[in-house]
Design a binder for this molecule. Structure first.
Ligand code: ADP
Ligand code: MG
Length: 691
């Protein structure tokens, strides 16, 4: 039977039901899956040294049969695993200090590849850094498997299926499997990227001729993967836009112009660009789906306000939803102040109002006598009805679930949507995670704010830091002390934060110290936060719940305990809580962990949220980036968003072009593509629902 990509691996010679089951556990069921099951690392065995020639002082790669082995205890209770290897030229002893468990893995008669330094210890002794079993004792015919010039692939393995068995299987069937591979990329898509063909790529990954080949192979698979993803994204975007035609607002220059004239400041260049981009979207026939991204304090609210007024002057309502009552109040306050000269008063709908008040507000919203509405989740409750909702603004959009965002948007017929995010992320990541949205970014803060001074200190400075807190508070300012409770269910951490608050209360007396953490009820937390905002508390001890949250211009100091436990982007968010008023802000990173001091120093010198996000991405990968859309559904296996910028950008451009010309991928040259995407992204479309 001829092999095809869909052929179950079980039909391959050498794969029985048991191995098929083991493969399945790794997500490999078909020949195609097996081809894409690529090595996770390689051993560079391009130069294997004959054992007799392994000289003391050199790094070597050796291949030999295990002729004897033993676990040897030492006086210092360290157990050493030793094995003697033999090839045609001679024998040598290898020693693995502290790795007695290898005795259960390495067997006499096995063919072993080891790499490591040759030392002198009662004669020559190799101390392997790595070892790989190339063949079992009875695999005589594989004795010369290690021909010269070989880069040895090491595969992800599982119980019942060793990497060696996988290597053998793939080597045995590679030619045949590669024969099934056809590229489904339309012509011209990869122009200028210097990518190898799909078949070459897979061969380079499974059977590299030199150590540089796998990377060329990876880049090709990475491009395919990014291209598929961008197609899904581009299609989701197309569907979202074509499902409902948007309102085509007109620039009436009534309210928006009035606001511009009455603002107490000039818009920054970034703000002006963002307003222009938003206006273009809102005046076009397509619905707006735009993400406005910028650090705290870059002035997103003002930009959103222009959009809201554009809806208003076109006889529509605009709604602004924030994730907490405190934030909603804060935005309401900003908006109220800015709109006062125009004689517009926003409506504020939050949970803690009385039933009677809420009822009255809902009536005004339904009747259209209230045109600008700011609020929390209370907005999306069933009995909130809008008269004519033209624009929905969602602050800290990642704090809401898909359903919650959809619920708000569905309050109107086809309102324009503006999402706000205070988590700046690198462009490549944004184009991937938020590829279905248009993106505006605010990079520069209004000049009036000076950067927060950041310093790394150790525990021996604690007394001085407390003195500094006292001085600042005496001047009438306020301080945060943040304690890392990464997982709010961790009792130990929580206790530490609580203890900290009590201790600080004593040490800083007569200053008043409050505490907020994620285990508190939302109302309780809001109460403490409010009293801090209103100046009734001098110092607020907090877990990361304050990361997104209150704006207290009077707070000038942010002390962060154990900063090494936070990602850089998260530290940056925390730092953004101070220095929001006229006084200079101070951020003190308190740690004795000298290993992380370097990255913290680098952080302390960087004020640019986008740069920090890039560093964070390089350090920790996407999964860890705080506050971005969950990426679990489309785990990238081959692409690396920290380095593959060129691939992301090219993939996006190509995908947008193709979807514009053939939204359903139903044209002949795109049929293969469509099949592949349907195979790989069964649930892909779900992930890209904007609402
Ligand atoms: P964000 O929501 O991005 O954190 P805000 O919109 O709340 O930022 O703005 C932060 C503060 O800066 C507000 O007090 C706002 O009035 C002020 N602000 C906004 N834009 C400007 C500007 N162009 N010049 C001076 N101050 C500004
Ligand atoms: Mg804001």
């Amino acid at each position: 039977m001829a092999l095809a990509l869909e052929t179950p691996v079980q039909f391959l010679k050498g794969v029985g039901p048991r191995r098929a089951e083991a493969f399945q556990r790794m997500g490999v069921t078909t020949v195609e899956d097996l081809l894409y099951h690529v090595p996770h690392r390689y051993l560079d065995a391009t130069s294997v040294t004959p054992i007799a020639k392994a000289a003391v002082g050199n790094e070597v790669t050796l291949v030999g049969r295990v002729v004897s082995k033993a676990v040897v205890p030492t006086r210092r209770r360290l157990r050493i695993f030793r094995a003697v290897l033999r090839d045609q030229s001679g024998i040598v002893e290898c020693a693995w200090p502290g790795q007695a468990y290898l005795d259960r893995i390495i067997k006499q008669g096995q063919l072993l590849l080891v790499t490591g330094p040759v030392k002198h210890y009662h004669g020559r002794q190799v101390v392997p850094r790595e070892q790989v079993v190339l063949a079992e004792p009875d695999d005589e015919e594989r004795e010369d498997e290690m021909g010269s010039g070989m880069v040895l692939p090491v595969y992800p393995a599982t119980e019942g299926l060793s990497h060696r068995q996988i290597r053998r299987l793939i080597a045995d069937h590679l030619e045949e499997m590669l024969g099934c591979v056809t590229s489904s990329l339309p012509k011209g898509v990869t122009g200028g990227l210097g990518l190898v063909s799909l078949r070459q790529a897979l061969e380079a990954l499974h059977r590299p001729a030199d150590p540089s080949q796998p990377e060329a192979g990876r880049r090709r698979l990475a491009f395919d993967e990014l291209f598929d993803l961008q197609l899904v994204v581009a299609r989701a975007r197309f569907l979202a836009q074509s499902a409902h035609k948007g309102y085509q607002f007109e620039i009436k220059k009534e309210l928006t112009t009035a606001l511009k004239q009455k603002l107490p400041f000039e818009l920054t260049t970034d703000q002006r660009t963002a307003v222009r981009e938003i206006t273009r979207d809102m005046t076009s026939a397509d619905r707006m789906h735009r993400l406005l991204m910028g650090d705290v304090g870059t002035g997103k609210t003002v930009v959103a306000l222009f959009a809201m007024l554009l809806a208003l002057e076109n006889e529509h309502q605009a709604v602004f939803m924030a994730p907490t009552e405190l934030l909603a109040e804060q935005h309401a306050h900003t908006i109220t102040t800015l709109l006062a000269p125009l004689g517009i008063v926003p409506e504020v709908l939050i949970g803690r109002l009385s039933q009677g008040e809420k009822k009255a507000i809902r009536e005004r919203i339904a009747a259209g006598s209230s045109r600008i509405v700011v609020g929390t989740h209370a907005l999306i409750q069933e009995h909130t009805k809008f008269w004519r909702l033209g624009l929905a603004v969602i602050d800290e959009q990642h704090r809401f679930g898909v359903e919650q965002r959809a619920a708000l948007i569905e309050k109107g017929e086809a309102p324009d949507v503006l999402l706000l995010s205070a988590t700046p992320i690198p462009r490549t990541l944004a184009l991937t995670l938020y590829g279905d949205l248009d993106i505006s970014t605010l990079k520069r803060k209004p000049v009036s704010q000076s950067p927060v001074r950041t310093g790394v200190r150790s525990n021996k400075d604690r007394a001085a830091i407390y003195r500094f807190l006292q001085e600042q508070c005496k001047l009438g300012r306020q301080a945060f002390v943040v304690y890392p409770v990464i997982d709010e269910s961790e009792k130990v951490d929580l206790k530490a934060a609580t203890t900290m608050a009590t201790e600080l209360g004593k040490r800083l007396a007569p200053l008043s110290v409050g505490l907020v953490h994620g285990k508190m009820k939302a109302e309780e937390r809001d109460t403490v936060m409010r009293s801090f905002r209103d100046g009734d508390l001098d110092v607020l001890v907090a877990t990361t719940v304050i990361e997104v949250g209150i704006d207290v211009p009077n707070a000038t100091v942010m002390v962060i305990e154990h900063p090494e436990r936070f990602g850089l982007a998260q530290l940056h968010q925390l730092r953004g809580r101070v220095g929001r008023g006229r006084e200079e802000g101070h951020c003190i990173l308190l740690t004795d962990d000298y290993v992380s001091a370097r990255r913290l120093k680098q952080f302390s010198r960087t004020a640019d949220g986008f740069k920090i996000a890039e560093l964070d991405l390089k350090e920790r990968g996407i999964g860890e980036l705080a506050g971005v859309r969950q990426s679990g559904g489309f785990n990238l296996r081959y692409a690396d968003l920290a380095t593959d910028d060129d691939l992301v950008i090219a993939a996006r451009r190509a995908a947008l072009e193709i979807i514009a010309a053939d939204p359903d991928l139903s044209h002949r040259p795109h049929l293969e593509l469509r099949k592949r995407i349907e195979r790989r992204y069964e649930r892909g479309m779900e992930l890209f629902r904007i609402g």
